[in-house]
Design a protein around this ligand. Structure first.
Ligand SMILES: Nc1ncnc2c1ncn2[C@@H]1O[C@H](COP(=O)(O)OP(=O)(O)O)[C@@H](O)[C@H]1O
Ligand SMILES: [Mg+2]
Length: 376
């Protein structure tokens, strides 16, 4: 391994959303320069980065020029095509490496990888052709969730189905593209855990975060989660094994369902900082974004210690409703921090920002953060 990439160097980020923005903020604070490439203009990441390149990920000449001008490439968007990651890799280290994208950007492949590795995963079946459906329904049971294999995020490309007939109709509506049918889990709670692994092999894990979703989109996160120590230990073990198995250099988030009988099932993986980890910016000694900077640059890890219990509430475009939310009202609430991503169009279901509240106890933080959001 070559030596660390030190402050003053330039980090390239493929993708330009809010994850790249918060990464760029952590990186620039530490003295790095950031370039970003994506098909869009005036992006959340581009507004913070030194250089914003607008090009398709399929424009390999643009990707080459981008990679030549940086010291290391990372990504904030999982659906970067393999060809772009490979091209970048010819000119700079890509961290985490493209093979991780390959595994995690297709649900069937990701779940297959988890099942093969002996990880606890929601029962699922891979749907390729119409003939697969009958067996899948028997194998998985009903109700189930039908999800497109590729390009799903924030609940897009998935629907709960109650019967084989309904599954057939929904799948046809999805255009019959490759999909997975997953058992619907009547979970007790949803949890997630963030871990990081450095270029030099160190690993750091945060604690379990408790999440609630609305319309399949993350709504609130609370940290620390109120779970038995046994659940916390099992999750930590899983995250560490996955960081090693996938050879991650960067950040990995594992989303879990906690079943009513106390078992953990992996819902999905994200090989990057995660929405449920945004509260680490305000609540922890080292945020998930700074941890990614340290990991991909070959620096030592930062302490993941919790400074104060925290809760996060997402701000979706729905909140606008023909008028700008009352930001001052949220800022008035003690212990509440406002994060906005610089997006100009508040579309329905679009993540525009989030609020974090710090308090003496996690439930209190959740109460405060939802009250602050209501005040908007
Ligand atoms: N098999 C399932 N059983 C119960 N709820 C589910 C299931 N799959 C997804 N969900 C709900 O939908 C949310 C989003 O699904 P997920 O697979 O994580 O997709 P995304 O990539 O959109 O985050 C989950 O966090 C959960 O609340
Ligand atoms: Mg998810």
């Amino acid at each position: 391994m070559s030596g660390p990439i030190l402050p003053g160097a330039t980090i390239g980020v493929l993708g330009s959303g809010q994850l790249g923005r918060m990464f760029a903020m952590a990186a620039t604070r530490m003295g790095y320069r950031v370039h970003t490439l994506s098909p869009d203009e005036d992006t959340p990441t581009g507004q913070v980065a030194e250089l914003e390149i607008t090009a398709s990920f399929d424009d390999l000449d643009a990707v080459r020029a981008f990679a030549r001008n940086v010291d290391v490439v990372t990504f904030e968007f999982e659906n970067v095509p393999a060809a772009a990651a490979d091209m970048a890799g010819e000119h700079a280290p890509v961290r985490p490496s493209g093979h991780i994208l390959h595994t995690t950007q297709q649900r069937a492949r990701e779940k297959g990888f988890l099942a093969d590795g002996g990880f606890p995963v929601t029962p699922f079946a891979h749907l390729r052709t119409a003939r697969d459906l009958a067996d899948a329904v028997v194998q998985v049971g009903m109700p189930a969730v039908l999800k497109t294999a590729s390009f799903g995020y924030d609940g897009k490309g998935q629907q709960k189905v109650g019967s084989r007939e309904e599954a057939a109709i929904v799948w046809a509506e999805m255009g019959g593209q490759e999909a997975v049918l997953e058992r619907f889990i009547d979970f007790d709670r949803e949890l997630s855990m963030i871990g990081a692994r450095g270029a030099t092999g160190w690993m750091v894990t945060y604690g379990l975060v408790e999440n609630t979703h609305r319309d399949h989109i993350l709504d609130t996160s609370v940290y620390p989660a109120a779970v038995p120590a046994r659940v916390e230990r099992t999750a930590t073990e899983i995250v560490r094994r996955l960081l090693e198995r996938l050879d991650v250099i960067g950040v990995l988030c594992v989303e879990f369902f906690l079943t009513r009988d106390g078992a953990l099932l992996i819902n999905e993986l994200a090989p990057r900082p995660h929405n449920s980890g945004h509260l680490t910016i305000d609540a922890c000694v080292t945020s998930q974004f700074e941890q990614q900077v340290r990991a991909v640059c070959g620096l030592p890890p930062g302490a993941a210690d919790l400074l104060r219990p925290a809760a996060m509430a997402n701000l979706l475009g729905d909140l606008w409703n023909h008028r700008e939310p009352d930001w001052a009202a949220a800022c008035l609430v003690p212990g509440v921090k406002l994060h906005l991503y610089g997006k100009s169009e508040p579309r329905r279901g679009r993540k525009m920002g989030h609020l974090t509240a710090l308090a003496h106890h996690a439930p209190e933080a959740l109460r405060v953060v939802t009250a602050a959001r209501d005040a908007l």
